[in-house]
Write a protein that binds this ligand. Structure first.
Ligand SMILES: [Zn+2]
Length: 367
């Protein structure tokens, strides 16, 4: 049986451990102890060293008795700010919130305790399960930096469940967009704004004209576009020689996202008015879509049916560690795991949602 008290206590215990992105050391140490106590063979990589941090991603392997390749379960160890001194408050109605001055950290501890309790439950009741692999990455909240440098040769699993989606358990996201961030640099020509303005080329004006011509917001059903940062100019009496513009593109079709980036550069060039235009960009996520008839999906739907959970399939316009799993040959889907109003001090979970997630995870582990 899923042990409600043990599960809630463990959740509250982990919430009390500070684990901001790149500061997951204490969390990793505690989770290593917990995984080892459950019989997992535990390893840690050197992911943190890429970013000047001292914590790596955690890997766990537990032998099962059922045939089939191992299944991978993953939740990230870090939490967003404000996170220092988090404390879980259990309310009479079963809601669990923070004390009000920090996030709760159910993103993503609801996933972590779901995985731990599921394994305990299977072991206590002697329920046969598949080989289980675990990856608890660092630094998900800062664009999935742990999963980016994870050592995928340590994993045998080809199918994954990433417990890192908002909402009550019973929903899975099968699709994420390509995400490109870019910076446009416009180099005009400085001149005294009062004496010889006609000798200058105003980089800010060129940028403004291009930005107005670009389709902000949601250019079409599968695409979003945003200019988020603009910087330039030195003083009111100087025609500005430089302006930089930062933005992002998200689109469910990768090639289309790339084409849109080319269009953006063309628009800036067309509005440059004699200024030079440079562009640098970074592809942060690669669009993927897991087919609905893939075993990783049908297994999820079967488990939901058995537990009387909704079994809703959706897509997200955000990214997750799963993006990197997909790029490394692991087909994963992202599961809602009982985190709500995340990235705010009103974040909460409930005892029922934690229990449902543990039960769902245990069901999935049985393959
Ligand atoms: Zn998360």
């Amino acid at each position: 049986m899923i042990n409600e008290k043990r599960l809630t206590d463990e959740f509250c215990e982990l919430v009390a451990i500070d684990a901001p992105s790149y500061g997951e050391r204490k969390m990793a140490d505690r989770l290593k102890e917990k995984l080892s106590a459950l019989g997992f063979e535990v390893q840690e990589d050197d992911a943190g060293s890429h970013y000047g941090s001292e914590t790596g991603n955690l890997y766990g392997v537990l032998k099962g008795t059922l045939p089939g390749a191992p299944l991978l379960f993953s939740s990230h160890m870090d939490t967003v700010e404000p996170s220092a001194g988090k404390r879980a408050v259990l309310h009479e109605d079963g809601r669990i919130t923070s004390a009000g001055d920090t996030v709760l950290g159910s993103d993503d501890l609801a996933g972590i305790v779901g995985i731990l309790e599921a394994v305990r439950h299977l072991q206590e009741e002697n329920i046969p399960h598949r080989d289980i692999e675990i990856l608890f990455p660092i630094a998900e909240e800062v664009f999935c930096k742990g999963a980016l440098v994870a050592d995928y040769t340590r994993l045998r699993a080809k199918e994954a469940y990433v417990l890192d989606l908002s909402g009550a358990p019973g929903t899975a996201s099968l699709q994420e967009p390509t995400h490109i961030s870019f910076q446009i640099d416009i180099r005009g020509k400085a001149a005294h704004a009062g004496f010889v303005p006609e000798e200058g080329i105003n980089a800010i004006a060129a940028a403004a004209s291009a930005i107005v011509a670009l389709p902000q917001g949601r250019p079409d059903e599968e695409t979003t576009f945003n200019i988020g940062v603009i910087e330039g100019g030195l003083a009111t009496n100087i025609v500005p020689a430089h302006c930089s513009v930062k933005g992002e593109i998200r689109c469910y079709t990768h090639e289309k996202a790339l084409r849109m980036l080319e269009d953006v550069i063309r628009v800036f060039e067309a509005h440059a008015g004699g200024a030079e235009v440079g562009c640098s960009h970074q592809i942060n996520m690669l669009a993927y879509r897991v087919p609905k008839d893939h075993p990783v999906v049908t297994r999820f739907l079967d488990a939901c049916k058995k537990l009387d959970l909704p079994g809703t399939l959706t897509k997200t316009h955000g990214g997750s560690d799963n993006n990197h799993f997909m790029r490394n040959g692991i087909t994963g889907i992202v599961l809602s795991c009982g985190m709500n109003e995340v990235h705010s001090v009103s974040e909460y979970t409930t005892v029922t949602q934690l229990k449902d997630m543990a039960a769902l995870t245990a069901e999935l582990m049985q393959g």
